[in-house]
Design a protein around this ligand. Structure first.
Ligand code: ZN
Length: 145
């Protein structure tokens, strides 16, 4: 168990230090803030024919929130909107500690530990919530969660 925890910690820190698709390019976006932790994340996505062709993130926050945004971009790039909706819901279940098959979430599995820290769940889910809103076309300047 300790080995697994260490591995997860490594995956989280890798994404935190070398984030995937960080930097916005001007696509439809949602900007969310989590005042409880100071997380401030924007997710943008270019969707074409039901496929997420491009997805980027930007912002500041704790290692969990920044790593999670990076994992989200890595997972969703090139995938269908249908896939994204399914995986977003799976991720919400994962971080709430619910049983399930989460293999398809890839690196995001490393965030399962936040289930033991309810105050950190929002850190992990903020970017996923933002993508959910982008896919719904629920765009806005800035919101708190
Ligand atoms: Zn946070």
């Amino acid at each position: 168990m300790d080995k697994l925890r260490n591995l997860y910690q490594t995956v989280i820190m890798d994404h935190y230090r070398n984030p995937y698709n960080k930097g916005l390019k001007g696509y439809p976006k949602v900007h969310l803030k989590n005042p409880a932790c100071g997380d401030d994340i924007t997710i943008e996505a270019k969707v074409n024919n039901g496929v997420i062709e491009t997805i980027n993130h930007n912002g500041t926050g704790c290692s969990i929130c920044c790593a999670s945004a990076s994992m989200l971009c890595l997972l969703m790039e090139g995938k269908t909107v249908e896939f994204a909706r399914k995986e977003i819901n799976k991720f919400y279940n994962l971080v709430q500690g619910k049983d399930g098959d989460y293999e398809s979430l890839g690196d995001a599995n490393s965030l399962s530990g936040v289930a033991s820290f309810p105050a950190r769940i929002r850190c992990a889910t903020i970017s996923w919530k933002a993508l959910e809103m982008v896919l719904e076309g629920d765009l806005d300047e800035e919101r708190e969660i």
